[in-house]
Design a protein around this ligand. Structure first.
Ligand SMILES: Nc1nc2c([nH]c(=O)n2[C@@H]2O[C@H](COP(=O)(O)OP(=O)(O)OP(=O)(O)O)[C@@H](O)[C@H]2O)c(=O)[nH]1
Length: 153
């Protein structure tokens, strides 16, 4: 009988679309970015993350991102820029995170799932941050030439 693959390798990743909403200053430079807290009742409740969620059957990353941000924070995304893809192994799931930058959206923010929102710069002040979010803070730090911690430990 063939040996079973180790646990992590056996788990097919779940695709997740994640939006990194970024404000631009008057000179067009990237400024603060939006974090939201995970609502009660979800795994990692209270942890801060970039808003998003799992792709539904047949959806593209962009379609899922538009739907999730409409459902969770009440905005219409106007433009999506695919950025990086990262696989993270959690005890509860293996996820493939499709991080997209979003610079243009419309509508008023509404926290439709009882979350909190916070516009943040580096280092991030809200805590705790979801583990899967930490690489993104590192990428933003590299892009922005930010030295030192990216978040509170
Ligand atoms: N939204 C989001 N999810 C992330 C990030 N980083 C990260 O590891 N994840 C993981 O990706 C998965 C997203 O699932 P979710 O539970 O938010 O998705 P969903 O809104 O479709 O929820 P549901 O399962 O209640 O329908 C979770 O396992 C979450 O831990 C992030 O920055 N943002």
């Amino acid at each position: 009988m063939p040996a079973l693959p180790p646990d992590g390798a056996a788990r097919t990743p779940v695709d997740v679309a994640v939006g990194v909403l970024i404000e631009r200053d008057a000179a067009g430079r990237d400024g603060r970015f939006l974090l939201t807290s995970r609502p009660e009742g979800k795994v990692y409740a209270g942890h801060w993350e970039f808003p998003g969620g799992k792709l539904e059957a047949g959806e593209t990353v962009e379609q899922a991102l538009r739907r999730e941000l409409r459902e969770e924070i009440g905005i219409e995304v106007r433009q999506v820029e695919p950025w990086r893809v990262e696989i993270v192994d959690y005890p509860h799931a293996r996820v493939r995170l499709h991080f997209c930058k979003v610079h243009r959206w419309s509508g008023e923010f509404q926290m439709l799932e009882g979350q909190a929102m916070a516009w943040q710069a580096l280092p991030v002040e809200v805590a705790p941050v979801l583990p899967g979010t930490l690489p993104v803070l590192q990428w933003l730090a590299e892009e922005r030439g930010h030295a030192g911690p990216t978040h509170r430990s």
